[in-house]
Design a protein around this ligand. Structure first.
Ligand SMILES: NC(=O)c1ccc[n+]([C@@H]2O[C@H](COP(=O)([O-])OP(=O)(O)OC[C@H]3O[C@@H](n4cnc5c(N)ncnc54)[C@H](O)[C@@H]3O)[C@@H](O)[C@H]2O)c1
Length: 284
């Protein structure tokens, strides 16, 4: 891989909560861990002024290839993955921060194909998913199969209602103290379009469980007014001969926060792993 000296050049696309966190961390700690910033893009570049050195601000995303870069990180919106994902992979490794975009089977196939064609890695950060590599190994060995009547892989995400960003209006009438409400239960493929900002963890699981895919992984989102301090992510895996795993992760999060605080650190660790893993999809 071509690098700037020995530093890996990172392009950051999006400057919301995650983008700002990653940019600040690269500027502060990057040199110590082998990373440098190549560019930062945000649809409103005024937000970057004073926080990102002027020479690193990219005004027009379609000119991203003018800035040599080793890894492009999308922390923006699934729409940007759709519009630019293939172009990014033609130039660099690509870490897709909004993997719910991969629920679109056509885009998913085209991104996998592009990774292979260009010999570049499509990185999917595990985010708030616990045990992603184990799920991937189980899937690769063909053992990710539920027993009769059981789901092979089921993920439930429970949050305070203020932490959900849904496309429909199923939660518009919530009241403090109402307790638990199951908002959706079904395949991750059907869930992603309803809650694209809330189900990236499930999307990462569906990428790990390639043998099941987005239609084969089951997900549930639950609104719970008791969860004012953290999000809960439960993963249930079942395999042959009575094999089963059930994990419960409590991710500290403020009221209204879509992203749990531990997920920021998880993203940083994921970025540190993006050193090139060939032309394939890689959960990091
Ligand atoms: N993989 C994971 O586990 C995980 C965890 C948290 C967030 N995410 C995803 O990462 C992305 C960023 O998260 P965040 O918490 O920083 O969000 P955020 O809302 O704080 O920031 C998003 C940024 O992207 C911009 N943006 C939004 N829609 C856009 C569009 N259509 N075109 C161009 N720019 C657009 C916004 O202006 C903002 O600057 C989101 O898609 C979110 O769903 C993934």
């Amino acid at each position: 891989m071509e690098t700037s000296g020995s530093l890996l050049r990172i392009g950051v696309v999006g400057f919301g909560h995650l983008g700002k966190y990653l940019v600040e961390r690269i500027l502060k700690d990057g040199a110590a861990v082998g990373l440098t910033l190549a560019f930062v893009w945000n649809r409103n570049s005024d937000k970057l002024k004073g926080l990102v050195p002027d020479e690193l601000i990219l005004g027009d995303l379609s000119c991203f290839a003018d800035r040599p870069c080793d890894v492009i990180v999308e922390v923006c919106h699934p729409q940007i993955v759709k519009e630019f994902g293939l172009h990014f992979l033609s130039q660099s490794h690509f870490m897709v921060g909004s993997p719910s975009a991969l629920a679109d089977p056509d885009l998913n196939a085209r991104l996998r194909q592009a990774a292979q064609q260009y010999g570049r890695t499509l990185y999917v950060p595990s985010g708030a998913l616990w045990g992603g590599q184990d799920i991937q190994r189980l899937s690769d060995s063909g053992a990710l199969k539920g027993n009769t009547g059981q789901k092979a892989l089921f993920i439930r995400m429970s949050k305070h209602p203020s932490c959900f960003r849904l496309t429909g209006d199923v939660l518009s009438d919530w009241t403090e103290g109402e307790g638990m409400r199951v908002l959706f239960s079904g395949s991750v493929a059907d869930l992603c379009p309803l809650a694209p900002n809330n189900v990236n963890t499930m999307a990462a699981a569906a990428v790990a469980a390639a043998s099941l895919g987005f239609t084969g992984v089951q997900g549930e989102i639950v609104s719970d007014t008791a969860l004012s301090d953290y999000h809960v992510v439960e993963v249930e895996v079942t395999g042959p001969n009575g094999f089963s795993v059930h994990t419960v992760r409590r991710n500290p999060a403020r009221l209204g926060a879509v992203t749990g605080s531990a997920t920021y650190n998880s993203f940083w660790s994921s970025l540190l792993a993006c050193k090139g893993h060939g032309g394939r999809v890689y959960l990091c």
